[in-house]
Design a protein. Sequence first.
Length: 200
Amino acid sequence: MIFTVAIDGPAAAGKGTIGRRVAAAFGFAHLDTGLLYRAVGAKGGDPVAAARGLGAADLARDDLRTLEAGQAASRVAAIPGVRAALVDFQRRFARAEGGAVLDGRDIGTVICPEAEVKLYVTASAEVRARRRWQELGGEAGAKPLAAVLAEVRDRDARDMGRADAPLRAAADALVIDTSDLTIEAAVAVALAAVRAKFTP
Ligand code: DC
């Protein structure tokens, strides 16, 4: 059984949570493709060589989830040679036997346009920045909300504005705006969308 759920959207919209929950509910494999770009950015040196040589140890680093790693990922993700080096791995994962959920920026548009379900998970920049800021400790954390919002906007502009595989919703994607939804409500919308297309 080949079945792909493609989840795209900007940073901190809830893609990861929704992706993990959908994968667990249907027993599908899950790939957070942002982690690939984060690992390339963190590796340093020539980004194209880093993408070509990416291995399990690179993905297991414990410093890939920081805001800085996200910015570095967004920068290397604009390099066509980096994207090209990561395409085959993602396509194979998407169409492997047993079902797969991939979340990222170009899954429904470039990596797997044939995905059976496409979701575009979004939220306002203010809401997304507040979520990230709270994850970083809120008032007690090291960064003011305004700085996190500036980084969110900066990353959106780069991810949506790049020439190669820019972030956008596929024409046939279901848009889920999580600005005013609880996690449970957003997950329920995603699960219903998959259930409507998937017959075990
Ligand atoms: O989802 P994330 O925040 O971990 O992604 C980090 C960066 O990687 C994101 O700003 C852009 C890039 N990325 C991409 O270009 N394509 C993907 N499929 C996933 C991530």
